[in-house]
Design a protein around this ligand. Structure first.
Ligand code: URA
Length: 245
């Protein structure tokens, strides 16, 4: 693939902008500046630098973000900044056009922290968000009031939320402290954790998503940071819920 096409596909701007960057000597491959925009490269696995920043070619983008509190999972946020501002411009702009860039796989509330997946692969987003897929998600919940056995039993047996007469149950619910619970859900209803905890007679004070399937938020990924998912990460997502210590 020509170098300008590679840059274009990775979100560095229009073909013209990409060609201009290459001609200005801003792009290197294997440590050497490539100034001819039509130079062909094997795109798969290609590592390159744009203005000194390292990039690797990704046919599709799959990434994880450690969502911090105080960010909305929306392209057009109403009150708080958008999580998309935490990503570099090329990742946000991949693909060009109206539906450009990566999209969050589901949403976390503004005050929820933790593991959020993003991708530009529509099929992946659809599959991961589908209620039929039942990917277990583990949430660490800090409650306002002490957590009792009765509450745990209610969450496991199923509570009725206001928009559906069918009870929703936690796949697992483990007490981690006076106020702390680890809750595993396989659906993704609106404000589901907060509404379930309220229906069980308590209130969520802090909420953190620790894992999706077998993929846990890495301890070394600080709030606000993101990274590409590896093939091993992608395989883990479809594995059973991660064991969170
Ligand atoms: N459930 C909630 O109530 N909020 C979230 O952000 C995620 C799950």
């Amino acid at each position: 693939m020509q170098l300008q096409e590679i840059l274009f596909s990775q979100g560095f701007g229009t073909r013209r902008v990409c060609a201009g960057m290459i001609q200005q000597g801003l792009v290197s491959v294997d440590g050497r500046v490539v100034a001819d925009a039509s130079t062909p490269f094997e795109a798969d696995g290609l590592a390159f630098q744009v203005q000194g920043v390292d990039w690797e070619f990704h046919e599709n983008a799959y990434l994880m973000l450690h969502k911090p509190a105080g960010y909305e999972c929306s392209q057009k946020p109403s009150t708080y900044p958008s999580i998309y501002t935490l990503l570099p411009a090329p990742v946000r702009q991949r693909g060009g056009g109206a539906a450009a860039g990566v999209q969050a796989v589901g949403r976390l509330d503004q005050d929820t922290t933790g593991l959020l997946l993003l991708s530009d692969d529509g099929k992946f987003i659809h599959r991961m968000s589908s209620p039929r897929h039942h990917v277990p998600k583990v949430y660490e919940v800090t409650c306002k009031h002490a957590v009792g056995d009765k509450q745990v039993q209610k969450l496991l047996a199923g509570v009725v939320l206001d928009d559906d007469p069918k009870p929703v149950r936690a796949a697992a619910c483990v007490v981690k402290g006076d106020l702390q619970l680890s809750l595993t859900l396989t659906e993704g209803k609106y404000h589901q954790v907060k509404r379930m905890i309220a229906a069980a007679g308590n209130r969520v004070e802090m909420l953190h998503r620790a894992s999706i399937g077998g993929l846990a938020l890495p301890a070394d990924l600080a709030a606000g940071q993101w990274r590409w998912l590896t093939a091993a990460d992608l395989a883990l997502i479809s594995a059973p819920a991660a064991k969170i210590a």
